[in-house]
Design a protein around this ligand. Structure first.
Ligand code: GLU
Length: 321
């Protein structure tokens, strides 16, 4: 029997949800529900200072308002709820130790300036390929540096290509050494990195389908490598196009005026907003009010565009945004 589909929302509560986050959550919800599956809500608050107090509750309230209900997770377990990454450090520590035992990690003392040195190769998405400066430090060099600085911990990535078939974009391949570089598993302040936490959590929470923005497509091969090292079986990955502002920049939480705080002042009900997003997703021929549930019969990945989607001024004017 095929495994039941379990999708997830994995928001970082660094501010109010944005039109782009809602677009992605809507598609994740539609995909899981259309297959009779469930959704888990995980609050990705690893970087505590970036997550204002109370933003998790606003996030849950916004998801309820939108009709994007989840089945497990979130704050339901009170202050001990296991679906907050900030409460799972011991779990990440155990998996990190496993990688360390395999001899696959090493301390890195490079500071920001060293990482951004002029010769550092930039990847196509703007990230910097780590030059491997600390990869070959001797035990003495490491001990000497550790006297004055806490190191980050990196994972050695091999000169190997990792391929997978994205559920929306199709085949995708990356050479780990040349296109990812040794990734950080734990920051110098002791905070575990997103790449490790997301793999451990999705695996332990039984997630079978990950729907997320295509900005994370290039993180997927390194995450698949972590799945392999930790002995987990990977979920299906489905990446979705990003919503872009008319000037070609990505819609983000910086565009304050398109966050749910603003949008809920303008829309008394979520239907016009869901309708706008459904139109952008190719599910409706024109933006008209609809609920998430009403979209289920219309949902089909084949209708969803592949190119990033410009949210034009004209469209926003139509909604008086
Ligand atoms: N927490 C990430 C974000 O809000 C999403 C990570 C993921 O979907 O893998 O952008």
């Amino acid at each position: 029997m095929a495994k039941a589909v379990c999708g997830r929302f994995a928001p970082t509560p660094s501010g109010r949800m944005h039109l782009g986050n809602v677009f992605c959550a809507l598609l994740a919800w539609l995909s899981a529900k259309k297959q009779g599956g469930t959704i888990t809500l995980r609050i990705e608050d690893l970087d505590k200072p970036r997550c204002p107090a109370g933003s998790d509750m606003l996030l849950e309230d916004d998801l309820h308002w939108l009709g994007l209900e989840w089945d497990t997770g979130g704050s339901a377990g009170g202050k001990d709820a296991p679906y907050y990454q900030s409460r799972r450090f011991d779990i990440y520590a155990a998996y990190f130790a496993q990688l360390q035992k395999l001899g696959l990690t090493y301390p890195c003392f490079c500071n920001r300036a060293e990482l951004h040195a002029a010769q550092a190769p930039h990847l196509s998405d703007g990230r910097i390929l780590y030059a491997g400066t600390c990869r070959h430090l001797t035990a003495e060099q490491t001990a000497a540096k550790a006297r004055t600085k806490d190191p980050a911990q990196r994972l050695r990535l091999p000169d190997t290509a990792v391929s997978f078939i994205d559920g929306h974009y199709g085949p995708y391949t990356q050479n780990l050494a040349a296109e990812c570089g040794d990734i950080i598993l734990r920051r110098s302040d002791g905070v575990y990195a997103y790449q490790l936490a997301v793999v451990v959590d999705d695996a332990l929470m039984g997630i079978t389908e990950i729907v997320r923005g295509c900005d994370l497509l290039s993180s997927t091969p390194q995450q698949l490598y972590l799945y392999q090292l930790l002995g987990f079986s990977p979920p299906a990955f489905i990446h979705v196009p990003l919503l872009m502002a008319a000037d070609g920049r990505r819609l983000s939480k910086r565009n304050r005026d398109l966050d749910l705080g603003f949008l809920r002042q303008h829309f008394v009900s979520p239907q016009p907003l869901i309708g706008l997003l459904a139109f952008l997703a190719g599910l409706l021929p024109a933006p008209e009010p609809v609920s998430a549930k009403e979209l289920l019969p219309l949902f089909n990945w084949q209708k969803v565009p592949h190119n990033n989607i410009i949210v034009s001024e004209k469209l926003l004017n139509l909604f008086k945004l």
